[in-house]
Every structure is written in C-alpha cells, then in structure tokens.
Ligand binder design. Sequence first.
Ligand code: FAD
Length: 443
Amino acid sequence: MNNFLFKLSFLSTNAGIFRHFSVSAARNANYSCKLLVVGGGSGGCTMAAKFARRLKKDSVIVLEPSSDHYYQPLFTLVGAGVTSVAATRRSARSVLPSAAQWVQDSAESIHPKENVVKTTGGHTINYEYLIVAVGLVNDYAKVPGLTEALKDRNSGVSTIYSSDYCEKTWSDFKNFKGGEAVFTYPDTPIKCPGAPQKIAYMADSYFTKTNVRSKSNITYNTCLPVIFGVKKYADALMKVVERKKIKVNYKTVLKEVRPDKKEAVFYNVDDRSKESTQAYSLLHVTPPMRPPRVLLAGGAALADAAGFLTVDKFSLQHTTYPNIFGIGDCTDTPNSKTAAAIAKQAAVVEHNLQTAMGGGGGRRAYDGYGACPLVTSYHTCVLAEFLYDGVPHETFPINQARESMMAYYMKRDLFPFIYWNFMLKGHYNGPEFIRKIINPFAK
Ligand code: FAD
C-alpha cells in the first residue's frame, strides 16, 4: 500500500460482520485497481457493491467526495413535511461496500486512452475498467437571481432538488397565507421528471388542509408540451390537475428570479423573445441540471456536447471505449432518470462488464425501464412504470394509472427500505421478479 496512504479502519458490527475500508488523507498518491467507480451515489454505490463481491478484495476503488449519501426520492416528501432531511441521509462510510477502497476525492479529469483518472486532490488512479456514475448537478447559475433567492430564508423560493433547500419548501408551505404559488420545470434533462408536479399536488393538498387554498392560485410552468411523457399516465394526471384546479402553462421556462420584487420571468420555448412575468408568494423551482464538468475535462470524446456520457443505450457500454460503462443520471440514454432505472441498469452493467472482463455469458440489454411514483396527495399516488419510448410496463395486475393508497405507502416506506437494504448492497435489480410472480401472464 502506498506510503502516503493513511489507512483508517472502521470497525462496526453490521449484521455481525466487521466493516473495514480505507480513506486517503494524503496528496499525490498513486493508486491502481481493476475497477474504478467514479461517483458513489445510487448507481456507483450499487455497482461497487456488486463488483466488490465478485472481485478480490481491494480490486475496486470508489472515488466519491461526499461524506453523506442521500436517498433523494424522499426529498419530495421532505418538502411536503412528511419526513425530515435527516431521515434521507446516511454516512457514505456506512453504505459503501467494505471490500472496496473509498478514495474521498473528486475526479478532475478522465484520460480514457491512458486508463487514468486524475483527482482534484492531486491523486492519480490507474484502472483497467471504469464505471462512470457522477449523476447530475443543479445549475442554479443559469437562472439569474435564483442562487440569491434560495439562500434568503424569507424569499419564499425553494427547491426539493437539493438537500440544502428541501426543508425550506416545507417552511414555505407553512408560511404561505394565500396568493400565487408558482412551480417550474426547466428546459434541460432532469432527474425524476415527475417531482416538479408532485410537489405542486402536495402544495394543493396542504393548502386545502390549512384553509388557504381558496385564496390562492397554483400555477405549474413546464417546458414540456404535455403534463407527462407517457400518455397513459398523462391522461390520469390531467384529471388530477383539473380536480385540483392547477393552471398549467406549457412550453414555459423560468428565465430569471427577482426576489426583491417577488417576480419570476419566463420565456416561451417556441419563441424565446415572448416573455411573461409572474408575481409569486411562493416559488418552487426545479433548477436546470447538467452532468458534472469532469466528463468534458479530459480532452477525450467521453461525452456529448451537453456533457452526458455517451453509452450504447442497450448495453450501457461507452460508444468509444469498451472498458468504460455508465450508469444513472449522467449518461445520454433516453430513459427517465430515476433510482428505479438504476436498479435495472445495474443488472445490465454487472453482466456486460463481467463479459468485458472475460467472464463470458454474452450481453444483456437495458430496456429503458424507469418508474415514477407520482404522489397526488398525502395518501394517494400514481405509480408510473414504463420502458423506452414511453411503453407502460407495470408490476401489479391493476391499473397503476389510478391513484392508490398502496402506491403512496410504497413510495413513503417500502422503496426507501429496498434502497438502503437491498439496492445499495447490490441485491436489487428492479421489480421484474415480483412482476413475474404476481403477474406471470403479462407480456
Ligand atoms: P447520484 O446519486 O446523484 O450520485 C452521483 C455521485 O457522484 C454523487 O455522490 C456525487 O458526489 C458524485 N460525484 C459528482 N461529481 C463527481 C466527481 N467529479 N468525481 C467523483 N464523484 C463525483 N428516483 C426514483 O426512482 N423515484 C423517485 O420518486 C424519485 N424522486 C426524486 C425526487 C427528487 C426531488 C430527486 C432530487 C430525485 C428523485 N429521484 C427519484 C431520482 C434519483 O434520486 C436519481 O435518479 C438517482 O439518485 C441518481 O443516481 P446517480 O448515481 O446517477 O447520481
């Protein structure tokens, strides 16, 4: 082991097993591994767990800067006051696999021709195989006035898309005494494309409960021409929108926030010169998002112009470098960017990477599976499940487009349980096995 490496041993009982892994505390260390996983979030942690089990100890390095790991799907319910941000957080140390080495640092550049990643802390990591799982970042700077408005506790501007601000959404709900409540959806790819409208539905339910709904208007401004990309669920959600009397402005994108005047400026997607200004008492912003810049940093053709890792949408293998795979929000695959998608992708990457490593077994294809539990109130939810091209692919032998209590409690209680106890440990590949058991005759 390198001299510069400061090896920390963490001993804690976890189901009776001692946990033990290393964290680098030095500069300019030189590491080598069979498999490097860049990013230790939902996708990275899941893949590291799978391969740490398959390969010899310390064959896997996870490069991840953050000390905390969040279960982000619950941020919507944090914003609605159902749970706290603390309940969504665990230490990275407790979720990363004990048989992998964790280097707590960020990738600064990736050099796929040399099989090397350089880190911001000055380390060099040589790999044989690489999984890129760096997710998406919120690009607040794209909307002038937004950063300042989010930081101001009394601005009435928040977002559930950040652990820093999702509790602010809940405090804005509680402080709302009527007026204009405005919700937005940006013109970039985002994670969980259902969440921007879910939080508007929760606002309607909460304002009804607190008797302010009759003195308020709820407006949902979306860049899209439809409420949801899959027709079956869009039809159901339009009924929710009508019942809740939410005004929807399509092809309408947030351009600027003016916190001093409590105004938001929007442009029209078809003609950007067409602008409108809306006053707000509460503004919930889904910020523009982009992959971290590192995918454009190495000078190699790793990513498309927008910075998304270019992979084959079925094999999830890089289009130029066969020893690189991608998983999760940072790739250019046209699926809905969700943790549910990652569970399914993980099985495909596991299989195809093993084959690339010489394990045989042929190739598997990702079918674009994604799921979105669209909470419509504090006890109902539409559980959308679909494949590439918006083809519905439901697990249960009921019409999942109908709002149900079962789906709500699955979203609130069951999915987090599966995430922490099975998915992050590499043991959950999506609900296909449940579907086969309870719905054996489904196509
Ligand atoms: P992340 O989990 O974000 O992990 C990326 C990791 O990469 C991070 O840990 C980061 O620190 C690290 N990283 C970044 N840059 C670098 C670098 N340069 N070097 C090294 N590491 C780096 N999904 C669902 O399935 N259902 C839902 O209902 C749902 N609701 C959602 C609601 C909200 C409000 C949000 C925010 C998300 C929701 N999601 C939902 C989406 C889901 O959480 C994400 O799709 C999933 O977590 C993405 O996983 P990932 O591994 O791609 O990225």
